[in-house]
Design a protein around this ligand. Structure first.
Ligand code: CP3
Length: 342
């Protein structure tokens, strides 16, 4: 039995005394104890060594006191086990030197055995679940098919992912087959994560907001829903289609979606209006506001919670925490949620 099950209660829309809180990218570079391991081991060694991934996952549980752990890994492990080379360049981010261009490239991608080859993630989850000793729930995750297509076609991070979007628009059938392959692997991957110990899973569609509403309906939505429908019988599913505010109403009408993450570009009241408490909302503090003095962070956080309401709500940032955020400011964010009283 979990000692702190606020996150699961919030996802079931049960009454709570305060919302649960965690931070996207909470295990990472703003933490000095993470920097120590980063100096010793390269990125994929940290990801692929269950003991290291477990230690990094637990760091913010101990130092920040968040209400959930998210397994330390990366969304790009999926393109990797599908056969692509993925490098993580210090200071630059991911690089996939052999991008997807043609049907031949899509044909070559491994689907059947890909999820089996992520044993190190499942081992990291089982180990972390054991080490957590039921303190807080454990979140597993994957990248959404559209966001993974962005990296697989573009080959690196980008402001607009124009190459990836043009690929979708000019080769819609090939895109559909690529998106379907990623979807099939992701479903197996998430179900295995749950079997290994994840209590909840989140799908990061970091770049879906680059799509128009109609294009979201073609290139993102069908795959997000296939994943949610296949995985939700096993554990609650949170979708984070960053910036796709136009999709809130339709996503919230799907019974397999328990939670939806939103960023700071939408008012909580508008998000509530569109989702009507059919789903739990998660978000949406602008991570740049963590540079405010802690006393102001508190005020802003309390205002945010009063706008969302305490129930059916998970306090979080609207995107990942940045490396230059002072630890005591991140802690002020977490503490502000924990001390909130209606
Ligand atoms: O949230 C957590 O604490 C768990 C760990 C986690 C990482 N990546 C570790 C990581 C999670 C959930 C991710 C998801 C991820 N990875 C996303 C979706 C979330 C989002 O931010 O939109 C994306 C787009 C990626 C791809 C990726 N990985 C990028 C673009 C980069 C480089 C730039 C950056 O944001 O740091 C990474 C590297 C990465 N993944 C780091 C960490 C802690 C930083 C590199 C390092 O510490 O050496």
């Amino acid at each position: 039995m979990l000692k702190n099950d606020l996150l699961l209660k919030a996802l079931r829309k049960e009454k709570v005394s305060r919302p649960p809180v965690w931070m996207m990218r909470q295990a990472g570079r703003y933490l000095p104890e993470y920097q120590v391991l980063k100096a010793k081991y390269d990125f994929f060694t940290r990801v692929q060594t269950p003991e290291l991934a477990c230690e990094i996952t637990l760091q913010p549980i101990d130092s920040m006191g968040v209400d959930a752990a998210i397994i330390f890994s990366d969304i790009l492990v999926i393109p990797q086990v599908m056969g692509m080379t993925v490098l993580m360049e210090e200071g630059k981010g991911p690089l996939l030197p052999n991008t997807i261009k043609s049907a031949k490239d899509v044909d070559k991608l491994e689907v059947t055995t890909a999820a089996e080859n992520l044993k190190y993630v499942y081992d990291a989850l089982s180990l972390t679940k054991r080490e957590l000793n039921n303190r807080v729930p454990l979140i597993g995750f994957a990248g959404a098919p559209f966001t993974l297509l962005c990296y697989m076609v573009e080959g690196k991070g980008s402001k607009g992912f124009d190459k990836a979007k043009s690929f979708c628009f000019t080769q819609p059938d090939l895109s559909a087959s690529l998106l379907q392959k990623i979807t099939d692997v992701t479903i197996q991957y998430l179900i295995r994560q749950i079997k290994a110990g994840a209590d909840v899973v989140q799908i990061f569609d970091s770049w879906s907001g680059l799509l128009s509403p109609d294009d979201f309906d073609r290139f993102a939505l069908p795959y997000l829903l296939q994943i949610a429908e296949s995985v939700s019988p096993h554990a609650p599913v949170i979708l984070f289609p960053k910036g796709s505010n136009y999709a809130l109403s339709s996503l919230s009408q799907n019974k397999s979606v328990s939670g939806i993450g939103i960023d700071w570009t939408i008012r909580p009241s508008v998000a509530r209006e569109q989702t009507q408490h059919r789903v739990t909302l998660q978000g949406n503090f602008d991570p740049s506001k963590l540079l405010l003095p802690p006393s102001e962070i508190r005020k802003e956080v309390h205002h945010m919670i009063s706008e969302f309401g305490v129930n059916g709500y998970i306090a979080n940032l609207g995107h990942g925490i940045m490396p230059h955020i002072p630890v005591d400011h991140a802690k002020a964010f977490v503490d502000a949620v924990k001390e909130y009283q209606e």
